[in-house]
Design a protein around this ligand. Sequence first.
Ligand SMILES: [Zn+2]
Length: 378
Amino acid sequence: MISPPFSYQISARQGRARAGKFVTPHGVLETPVFAPVGTQATVKSLTPDQLAGLNTTLVLANTYHLHLRPGDELVKEMGGLHQFMSWPGPILTDSGGFQVFSLAKNRRIDQEGVTFRSHIDGSQQRLDPEISIRIQENLGADIIMAFDECSDPYDKEYVREAMVRTHNWAERCQQAKRRDDQALFGIVQGGIFEDLRQESAEFIASLDFPGNAIGGLSVGETKAEMHTILELVDQALPVDKPRYLMGVGTPEDLVNGVMRGVDIFDCVLPTRLARHNAAMTRYGGRLNIVNAQYAKDEQPLDQGCTCYTCQHFSRAYLRHLVISKEMLAATLLSIHNLHTMINLAADIRQAILEGEFEDFCIHFLQVHSEINSHQDKN
Ligand SMILES: [Zn+2]
């Protein structure tokens, strides 16, 4: 059930794609939407003003990192995450599960939760559904996530075990939740296995969360496997609630995800690539700006891009900043990369509203495959 102060309305549908509005206490998410990741309660190298200038609506922050440093109790004392990081718009926190399984040392999983050592100072820590919810309530995001286990997607016996645990933990999260100004989303797991994904989507749907997430994708499986799973999950989840595809990804993932019923995306890719001197382009191509070929290149990063970086700076200047190790390089590349994703999501939404999404996809995927086959040859 979606209860106030939250609501979700679908404004237009085309095929499986939807353009909707998810209302949260800190603003409306016009979906499909791409959320920048602010791991440490900051989207690296950008001020909140710069984020707002990119038409960012939703920002993601990481529970695992903020729990370890500065501590969720401290964030609560400082007025909660919105005030602490000075982001007045909607915020989503993950459950901490993904980082525990990818970053923490000496991890021991039991039926109740996970014991691990902090990757920062080696101190012993514990996360379980109740602790994850308490931390997320202290942080105070608008959307919070159920504590889940994201496992190796190909080991069926283990994936099944982790899925059963995830289901049990989802129920415990629901029972532990106290604040009614936060929407708790459930997470579908099940690796690449269709029977497990079906079972998981049906179970998570039965818990009647105000929104549902698809986890455990973009973790090593093929694109074809991801698309098959998305199509299957799309059929099993309720249509009248938002769907969030966690940790995905690229421009083509956005188009392919929306085609398969996804509304919300997040990924570290735009800002991570920016810190590795790479510019994303609309149709999925990438530029490594350090390459000598850009030394005297007067063009912007991406022809036709309307971002601040492309409106003001040449590839030659950006290459100079990167080679001189200037901080501004990461900022300007992050602005461009995030603009590319946020603007693509907005254009997709517009195309759905205008009934032109099918043509949009055909054109996009065609140009994307041309660019990719060209890049493969180089
Ligand atoms: Zn640009």
